[in-house]
Ligand binder design. Structure first.
Ligand code: SAH
Length: 392
């Protein structure tokens, strides 16, 4: 097996549990083709484990195993995926919740691989040249362990280009109707696995949606960036008096309206296609007030460099939401940008609250749902922040 040598700095990071070494920290692999499994050596000649190597990527090495003897073969994938499945079956899957993230890449010790389960179907997303080389084995193991009715691939994300990979999307195996109905916390949701955003649905907010039950009863709720209605439907289900969901995507709103009907909640929940920034300003101008506002925008920060512009975006949207919240109302506000830390997010809220002259009390600081575990030592796996605050 080919061997690469990592720098001291990379070795320290990896020994502390991080799964990556960067370009410039890896030597001896200049001639090794992208995606090869290599032995990871330190400068003293000790082998630390095995990983996927890709000299084209800024993340040149991703650790697969810390056992130098462990073979990266079909049994490896059986063990890793089997363990990921065991965890979800024990803690996440319930008769009322049949969709979850089955494999959360590095945090499930399978760098570059995402697998989401939607009822009887699976969505696979392969992000690295290394995992691309194991694509068939992965599919075989998924068939074997889950016996899905169909698999759809959503390897259509631009990070693949950083690995030198083309974007790809489509059925793996026989085609099926990609509009599937799943259950989340007892609610029915129609999800479009082929043309929905990301892998079809934002599973990471599942537990935060349930958290709404503490404060939505009999209240008027505004769900900004609603997508296909996840938070809106939960709010209605937990007894909200009225819910308005807003999203820029017509396709998402069409789906959201169907989802409200599917659950018999169409009398309580209404959806509108609008830019959330404009919508909030309009609500303020016309004096509309809400007792609960939910903000779940897309990642405004895609890189460290883009942070300052994004901070303005987060401040703006939160400020506008605070303005239309009735005294003592609740703001449930999320950021899914890894680059925006919890501290910074809190500071953004503080600035916004000072501008609108309202006090803020933090009631809860939450993160990702159980099927998106955070691996200590790999802080990138912690990306979602959800603050629940009272706007006094
Ligand atoms: N809250 C959703 C997930 C939101 S993802 C859930 O629980 O499933 C972010 C959403 O914001 C996407 O649906 C996207 O279409 C929408 N979006 C992006 N920019 C927007 C804008 N300026 N105004 C309103 N919606 C926007």
């Amino acid at each position: 097996m080919e061997r690469v040598i990592i720098s001291r700095r990379a070795e320290e990071r990896i020994l502390r549990g991080h799964p990556w070494a960067y370009q410039g920290e890896v030597s001896g692999g200049e001639k090794i083709p992208p995606g090869t499994v290599v032995a990871i050596g330190n400068r003293k000649g000790r082998v630390l484990g095995k990983g996927h190597y890709n000299p084209r990527s800024k993340i040149a090495l991703r650790v697969l195993t810390r056992d130098p003897e462990e073979a990266i073969d079909i049994s490896f994938f059986r063990r890793r995926i089997g363990r990921a499945l065991g965890y979800r079956e024990r803690y996440v899957f319930r008769p009322d919740t049949d969709c979850y993230r089955l494999v959360f890449a590095e945090a499930d010790f399978l760098p570059g691989l995402i697998v989401d389960r939607f009822g009887l179907y699976l969505v696979v997303q392969i992000l690295t040249a290394g995992m691309e080389n194991h694509r068939e084995v992965i599919v075989d193991v998924l068939q074997e362990l889950l016996k899905p009715q169909g698999i759809y691939e959503r390897s259509d994300v631009s990070v693949r280009e950083l690995e030198g990979l083309p974007l790809r999307q489509g059925f793996i195996g026989p085609p099926f109707e990609p509009l599937v109905t799943v259950r989340e916390n007892g609610l029915l949701l129609q999800v479009d696995l082929a043309s929905g955003q990301k892998t079809g649905y934002f599973l990471d907010q599942r537990d935060n949606r349930v958290f709404l039950r503490h404060f939505v009863r009999d209240r008027r709720v505004l769900d900004c960036f609603s997508y296909i209605g996840g938070f809106s439907l939960h709010a209605a289900f937990f007894g909200a008096r009225e819910v308005i969901g807003v999203d820029l995507s017509e396709e998402a709103i069409r789906c959201a309206v169907r989802n409200a009907q599917l659950n018999g909640l169409e009398k309580v929940v209404h959806f509108e296609v609008a830019n959330a920034f404009d919508f909030l300003r309009e609500m303020d101008r016309t004096g509309e007030r809400f007792e609960v506002v939910i903000l779940d925008p897309p990642a405004f920060v895609k890189s460290k460099q883009a942070l300052s512009g994004a901070l303005r975006g987060y401040k703006e949207i939160n400020l506008r939401a605070m303005k239309i919240i009735a005294p003592g109302g609740i703001l449930m506000t999320s950021s899914c940008s890894h680059h925006l830390s919890l501290e910074l997010f809190r500071a953004v809220l503080e600035e916004a609250s000072l501008d609108v002259k309202r006090r803020i009390r933090i009631l809860a600081e939450r993160g990702q749902a159980l099927d998106h575990p955070v691996l200590l030592g790999y802080e990138e796996s912690q990306y979602l922040k959800c603050l629940v605050v009272e706007v006094v």
